[in-house]
Design a protein around this ligand. Structure first.
Ligand code: MG
Ligand code: ZN
Length: 377
């Protein structure tokens, strides 16, 4: 017969087990906000950033497209909080650095933390894991948003410095403007186009080689394609490469590595329409970006192991669809020529998409993608 003391001892031990199983463990704390189930791990991640694309811009584009939007395809939707380390209203540099590296930094910072120290990016972590990588934008490829995935400079103005990131990296494909920051540099006399070619890159450009859709990719090479010397034109003035560039990049990356790929594709100029307080500029850029989303979802549906995430860094312009608006004929007002502090929607589809439900900081986008691809492990 066990003594009473022994029984009390057993009861105490059982009680401790019950209590400890109710205490949040480190493992529980690592489960992403908004989802508590088992998460799948995709082979590939496509991150689509519509710069300056808040819910008001999506709403406006929808009402200018017969009440239809590609975003209706998504079931896993969340919001992120956009503020930077030094301002409630972020800029694109701090916003992209939050996505790329998971740190809150100051406005203007590209790939560096608040102490101006370089921080590793998703693209670099993917390269370390021998995944294929890509960047595509409708700005210069050295602009703040794409730049934060590959460059490490204290100021977004230093685009010559951001271009050096392309030399330090083994990025598999990049498509965008900004050839001047490689070929006609102000910071030094280096010819980064020649340096990339020496590294084995196939470097082409719109002027010499024609449309990206017709580009003949030499097998085995990394690819760089420049769409402009500096900033590409708006869509409404004739630029229309983002959809063919997306398709070209995805078909290239599809076969590039057995370890999968990470690519960031940016609709850069939705933001510029907001800065210009030009509703038609915003809507035409967003309609092009929706076709890019459709192309990404199409690829992901066929592949079956690709996670697609669509979000923005911040809202631009304080865009509002005003009273008096009609379907396909909206009246828009703006509150500012700058950005606003609005929370920004996140749309996800594919294996692991559930992790993007809920409300979280913009830095959590990095954490969730890193966890999905098991980067840095
Ligand atoms: Mg941008
Ligand atoms: Zn902006």
């Amino acid at each position: 017969m066990p003594s009473d003391k022994h029984i009390i001892g057993i009861l105490f031990a059982v009680l401790m087990v019950v209590i400890s199983s109710c205490t949040p463990t480190q493992q529980a704390a690592a489960v992403p906000v908004g989802y508590t189930g088992e998460l799948a791990h995709p082979k590939n991640v496509i991150l689509l950033i519509g710069d300056g694309m808040g819910l008001p811009q999506i709403t406006g584009a929808m009402y200018m497209n017969d009440n239809k939007t590609i975003f209706e395809q998504f079931k896993n939707i969340g919001f992120h909080k956009t503020q930077s380390a030094d301002n409630l209203v972020t800029d694109s540099a701090a916003g992209a650095t939050a996505f790329a590296s998971g740190v809150k930094t100051y406005n203007g910072a590209v790939g560096v933390n608040a102490k101006k120290e370089p921080v590793p990016t998703l693209l670099e972590l993917a390269e370390e894991k021998h995944m294929a990588t890509g960047l595509v934008a409708t700005s210069s490829i050295t602009h703040a948003t794409p730049g934060a995935f590959i460059g490490h400079v204290a100021s977004r103005q230093d685009m010559d410095g951001i271009a050096l990131g392309f030399i330090d990296s083994d990025i598999d494909i990049f498509i965008g403007g900004g050839m001047d920051y490689f070929a006609r540099r102000k910071a030094d006399d280096r010819d980064l186009v020649a340096e990339l070619k020496a590294k084995g890159y196939q470097i082409s450009n719109f002027f010499d080689d024609g449309d990206i859709g017709r580009l003949n990719i030499k097998s085995g090479h990394n690819i760089g394609y420049f769409t402009a010397n500096a900033e590409p034109l708006p869509y409404s003035e004739g630029r229309d490469y983002l959809v063919p560039a997306t398709k070209k990049a995805l078909s290239f990356l599809d076969k590039r590595s057995e370890n999968g790929f990470f690519i960031m594709i940016e609709g850069s100029q939705i933001d510029w329409g907001g800065h210009a307080n030009d509703a038609n500029y915003v809507v035409t850029e967003l309609h092009e970006f929706e076709k890019v989303i459709a192309a990404a979802l199409d690829y992901a549906a066929k592949d079956g192991n690709t996670l697609v995430i669509v979000t923005a860094d911040h809202e631009t312009g304080g865009f509002a669809v005003q009273p008096g608006s009609k379907l396909n004929d909206i009246q828009v007002a703006f509150t500012t020529k700058s950005h606003t502090a609005l929370m920004i929607p996140v749309f996800a589809m594919g294996p692991g998409a559930e992790a993007f439900r809920g409300i979280y900081e913009n830095t959590a986008i990095f954490d969730k993608i890193k966890a999905a691809l098991k980067l840095g492990e």
